[in-house]
Design a protein around this ligand. Structure first.
Ligand SMILES: [Ca+2]
Ligand SMILES: [Ca+2]
Ligand SMILES: [Ca+2]
Length: 135
């Protein structure tokens, strides 16, 4: 009888702990919900496809390209505080063309998609920027 009570106690402890754990994980997930990722994920399936990422940065490109000449010049690039577009300038002429931009974001996507399943999860996305931020 004593053993059964003990087992019962242990089980209810485990159930309690795992429910608390589950709850806090849910809260954490919402807290760290990356606003950029959420915006990118247009069909809201919690995964970002290469197409979704291209579309997102294409929109950003359009917003930054004030004179709509398909080239981000130094002044237009200065709006990009996170410097996401800067590495796209492969020929280092201080300007980023739309072609340079889209090939850069293809590269970003491949780097982010750690398990190469063709989709970037939120974890893959945040991990990527965490690593970048360290440098
Ligand atoms: Ca998606
Ligand atoms: Ca321009
Ligand atoms: Ca992936």
């Amino acid at each position: 009888m004593i053993n059964f009570t003990k087992i019962g106690l242990i089980i209810s402890c485990i159930v309690f702990l795992s429910s608390v754990n589950g709850f806090s994980q849910q809260v954490d997930m919402q807290d760290v919900r990356n606003p950029d990722f959420a915006k990118m994920d247009r069909d809201q399936n919690s995964l970002v496809s290469s197409v979704e990422m291209q579309a997102h940065y294409n929109d950003k490109f359009n917003q930054m390209d004030k004179d709509s000449n398909d080239v981000l010049d130094a002044q237009e690039l200065s709006i990009d505080k996170t410097k996401t577009f800067h590495p796209a300038d492969k020929d280092v002429d201080g300007q980023v063309t739309r072609v340079e931009s889209s090939s850069q974001f293809k590269e970003y996507f491949q780097q982010m998609d750690k398990d190469s399943n063709g989709h970037v999860s939120e974890a893959e996305y945040t991990d990527y920027w965490k690593i970048i931020d360290r440098f």
